[in-house]
Design a protein around this ligand. Structure first.
Ligand SMILES: *Cc1c(COP(=O)(O)O)cnc(C)c1O
Length: 424
C-alpha cells in the first residue's frame, strides 16, 4: 500500500512506515494512493467476518504483509462479533461494542496493535498515551501481552469514573498506568514533553499509537462490509448508514468501504452540539466553535482531525461533499431520541441514539437504515439509567475489572518524575 501526505503530496510512504510514523510532515495525514474497487464484492458478502476482513485488508495493504501473517493478525484482533440487530422492518442497529472495552474503538485499536507488533523492526516499542477515559482502556487491552511492546498510560487522578479507571489499571503485565496529580491537560503536556525528549525517545522507542493511524481506519472498513452482509439479500442495495461522529475516523472508513465497491446509498454524519461539520456541509464555511460538553462526550470534538481525509476521498472519487447527509442533536433531543428508541424495544446509549434519530430524518421511503452503535449502553450507565429510569446491568468485562485491584502508581504532574519511572 502506497500512501501520500495530504498536506505535502511529495512525501510518500508504505503501509508499515505510515503505521510506525502516524503523521507526515507538517502534521499531514497519510492517504492511500489508490483505492481500487474489489472485484468480488458479492462473493465476499457471503463469507464470515474474519476471512472476509482478511481479503479486504489484503486488497488494501497489498503484498507488504504475507497473507498468512495478515490472517493471524486479523484473527487475534477481531475476536468478537459485530451483530446487526433488527429494530423495525427497515431499521437495523450495527452493534460495534462487543469487544473487551465495549466500544467500537476495539476494532481499530486491536488491529493497530497487531500491526505495530508485526511491523516494528525488532526494537522495543513503548506506547505512551494520555487518556480521559475510553482510549486508555482500548489501547491497554489491545496491546496487553504483546511481545516487545510496553504501554504507559497517564490519566488525571480522581477525574475519570472509577469503573473506567479499573478497566485499564488492573491488567498489569506490559501495561503500566500512572495516576497524575493534575488534570487531563497536564497529562497531555507530559506526553508532549516526552516526545520532545530525544534521550527518552531513543531509550524506550516511543510511539503514540494515536487515532489518526492508518491501520485503525483500514480495520474499521471491515465492519461496514459486515453490516451489509448481514442484511437480507433483497435489502442489500438500499442501505443508508448513519455514523455518530467526533473525529470522523469512523465515517472516513465507511466512505473507503464505498470506494471499494460496497453498495451503500448514502451516509449520514451525525453529531451532537459540536456541529462544525453539519454547519460546514450546509453553509460551506468551516467555522469551529468552542467545544461544549454533552451527554455523548466521545463526540465532543469541534475540530475533527480526520476531516481532511473525507475531503480528499471525495475529491479523488469525484463525489460531492453535499452527498453526505448530516445533522446535529442537542442533549434534550438526544434524551428524547433515547427514550423513543427504548420504547420501541431497543436499549441504546446517547451516541447511537443520535445516529438513529438523524437516520430517521434522512431515510427515504424505499431505503433501509443502519445506525452504528459505537458503545455499550452500560458504558454510559449513569446517564442512561437516569434518562430511562432503569438500572441496567453491567456486562461481564466491566463487572470483572471493577472487582479487581488497581495497579496504578500516583505521580506528580512533573516530567522528571515520569521520565525516571519510564527509564528504569
Ligand atoms: C470515538 C467515539 C465516537 C466518534 O468516532 P470518530 O471516529 O472519532 O468520529 C463515537 N462514539 C463513541 C462511543 C466513541 O468512543
Amino acid at each position: 500500500m502506497k500512501l501520500y501526505n495530504i498536506k505535502d503530496n511529495s512525501e510518500t510512504i508504505n503501509f508499515a512506515g505510515a503505521v510506525r510514523q502516524g503523521l507526515g510532515r507538517g502534521q499531514g495525514l497519510f492517504f492511500p494512493e489508490s483505492l481500487n474497487p474489489l472485484p468480488n464484492v458479492d462473493a465476499l458478502l457471503e463469507l464470515p467476518l474474519v476471512p472476509r476482513s482478511v481479503a479486504i485488508l489484503q486488497h488494501l495493504i497489498g503484498d507488504e504483509i504475507p497473507e498468512s501473517t495478515l490472517a493471524a493478525m486479523v484473527e487475534r484482533a477481531f475476536t468478537f462479533p459485530a451483530p446487526l440487530v433488527k429494530v423495525d422492518d427497515h431499521t437495523y442497529a450495527l452493534e460495534l461494542f462487543h469487544g473487551p472495552t465495549l466500544a467500537f474503538k476495539d476494532f481499530g485499536g486491536r488491529f493497530m496493535a497487531q500491526c505495530l507488533a508485526t511491523l516494528s523492526d525488532d526494537g522495543k516499542i513503548t506506547i505512551l498515551t494520555a487518556t480521559s477515559g475510553d482510549t486508555g482502556a482500548a489501547v491497554a487491552h489491545a496491546f496487553y501481552g504483546l511481545p516487545n511492546i510496553e504501554v504507559v498510560i497517564l490519566y488525571p487522578e480522581g477525574k475519570i469514573s472509577p469503573l473506567q479507571e479499573k478497566l485499564f489499571t488492573t491488567l498489569g503485565g506490559n501495561i503500566r498506568t500512572f495516576a497524575v496529580q493534575g488534570d487531563f491537560d497536564a497529562c497531555q503536556a507530559l506526553v508532549k514533553q516526552a516526545f520532545d525528549d530525544e534521550e527518552l525517545k531513543a531509550a524506550v522507542g516511543l510511539n503514540s499509537a494515536n487515532s489518526i493511524n492508518i491501520s485503525r481506519l483500514v480495520a474499521q472498513v471491515c465492519y461496514y462490509f459486515e453490516a451489509v452482509a448481514e442484511l437480507p439479500a433483497e435489502q442489500r442495495h438500499k442501505a443508508v448508514i448513519a455514523v455518530p461522529s467526533g473525529n470522523f475516523g469512523n465515517l472516513t472508513a465507511g466512505l473507503i468501504a464505498k470506494a471499494l465497491g460496497l453498495p451503500v446509498k448514502r451516509f449520514v454524519a451525525a453529531t451532537n452540539a459540536n456541529d462544525t461539520v453539519p454547519r460546514y456541509l450546509e453553509s460551506g464555511n468551516w467555522d469551529p466553535h468552542a467545544t461544549v460538553a454533552t451527554l455523548s462526550n466521545a463526540m465532543d470534538v469541534s475540530r475533527p482531525n480526520n476531516w481532511p481525509r473525507v475531503e480528499e476521498l471525495c475529491r479523488v472519487k469525484g463525489w460531492k461533499l453535499s452527498d453526505i447527509a448530516s445533522g446535529a442533536l442537542n442533549d434534550e433531543q438526544t434524551k428524547d431520541a433515547l427514550k423513543r428508541l427504548f420504547a420501541q424495544g431497543y436499549l441504546c446509549e446517547p451516541h447511537g441514539a443520535i445516529a438513529w434519530e438523524l437516520l430517521n430524518k434522512e431515510r427515504g421511503k424505499d431505503e433501509v437504515g443502519i445506525f452504528l452503535c459505537t458503545a455499550h449502553p452500560a458504558k454510559f450507565k449513569e446517564s442512561v439509567d437516569e434518562i430511562l429510569g432503569q438500572d441496567i446491568p453491567l456486562p461481564g468485562p466491566l463487572a470483572k475489572h471493577g472487582a479487581m485491584e488497581s495497579l496504578s502508581e500516583v505521580i506528580p504532574a512533573d516530567f522528571a518524575a515520569l521520565k525516571a519511572k519510564m527509564m528504569k
